[in-house]
Design a binder for this molecule. Structure first.
Ligand SMILES: Nc1nc2c(ncn2[C@@H]2O[C@H](COP(=O)(O)OP(=O)(O)OP(=O)(O)O)[C@@H](O)[C@H]2O)c(=O)[nH]1
Ligand SMILES: [Mg+2]
Length: 291
């Protein structure tokens, strides 16, 4: 989303973040300018750069002429497998295919040329476009595959899923838990996120810029009533046939509930589910989840 007018990355930019609410990632984005390349591959630096890698992604600008591309790629492959023998696949993203001048086929031919059969089996090429969103989708797919291989992450998912199922009981509604940092679905009562239609579902929270608390305080003052802080918010939307409730669970996650009817009973059971033991357990679990 922030890709338009990106500045070139200076050296290595590091960022930590929780993917889908269950897997902590430490991301190293290596700037691609030549002076940095020389440094990554230098004898002094390469161990630091290429060791302890869990997932390796090599991103190419398919619309640019880069005379040293092949050499850079070969070095990348060499040091990744030398210093991070646990890496199974290097994911090569051939980016900017939305541009007319993109030459992803030529770049594929160039990069695959001369690789041993062993290396060929350890590299996966995908033409993508950050602008059109397919690059983001591919990265999510790659990381979802990592979740599938991670027993601990799967256990957490199973527990969360169970808690949502418990909350859902008797409410005639579906429950969806989203991760705020990336907006992606963590779990739902409809199925796991790997189901294609759910995989890339994103929840983007706008800032609810309002003076509700001020008004609330005034009203309570006027009626001489006690004021308690507005902490976690439940926002309720309605359509002709459904209520949609959105509730913050922890500072990293948001629960969305879609009712299947608009009966008073359905509404009341859903509200009670947000007030019950199961919701408390979910909150507790998400607040002290340890990555
Ligand atoms: N048309 C198009 N433009 C893109 C795409 N991805 C990035 N850009 C543009 O290209 C500019 C440079 O971004 P990138 O080439 O992705 O930058 P980078 O690879 O991080 O470069 P370094 O940080 O120097 O390694 C950005 O300002 C974007 O506007 C894409 O898929 N399509
Ligand atoms: Mg960059």
């Amino acid at each position: 989303m922030k890709v338009l007018n990106l500045k070139p990355t200076k050296g290595v930019s590091r960022e930590n973040f929780i993917f889908r609410g269950i897997m902590e990632l430490s991301i190293w984005d290596l700037g691609g300018q030549q002076l940095y390349m020389d440094s990554y591959f230098s004898e002094k630096k390469r161990e630091l750069i290429f060791s302890e890698v869990m997932t390796a992604v090599f991103m190419v600008d398919s619309a640019a002429e880069e005379p040293k591309l092949k050499e850079i790629f070969d070095n990348f492959m060499k040091y990744i497998f030398e210093y991070s023998p646990g890496v199974e696949i290097v994911y090569v993203l051939l980016n900017k295919i939305d541009l007319q001048e993109s030459k992803e086929d030529d770049i594929y031919e160039l990069l695959i040329k001369g690789l041993t059969d062993d290396l060929k089996s350890k590299v996966a090429f995908t033409p993508v476009s950050v602008k059109e969103g397919s690059a983001q989708h591919r990265l999510i797919e790659i990381l979802d595959y990592k979740i599938q291989q991670n027993t601990l992450a799967l256990q957490k998912l199973g527990k969360i899923r169970h808690m949502l199922d418990q909350m859902k009981l008797g409410t005639l509604s579906e429950y969806f838990l989203f991760n705020q940092p990336d907006g992606l679905l963590i779990a739902s009562t409809l199925g796991k996120f790997e189901h294609k239609p759910l995989q890339f579902m994103k929840f983007e929270i706008g800032t609810l810029d309002s003076n509700i608390y001020q008004i609330f305080t005034k009203i309570m003052n006027l009626s001489d009533s006690a004021i308690s802080p507005l902490e976690l918010s439940t926002v309720i939307y309605e359509s002709d046939n459904n209520y949609i409730l959105v509730r913050e669970v922890s500072n990293g996650s948001v629960l969305m509930i879609v009712t299947k009817s608009k009966s008073e009973e359905t509404f009341n059971t859903v509200i009670s589910s947000l007030d019950g033991e199961d919701f408390k357990n979910l909150k507790k679990f998400l607040n002290k989840i340890d990555y």
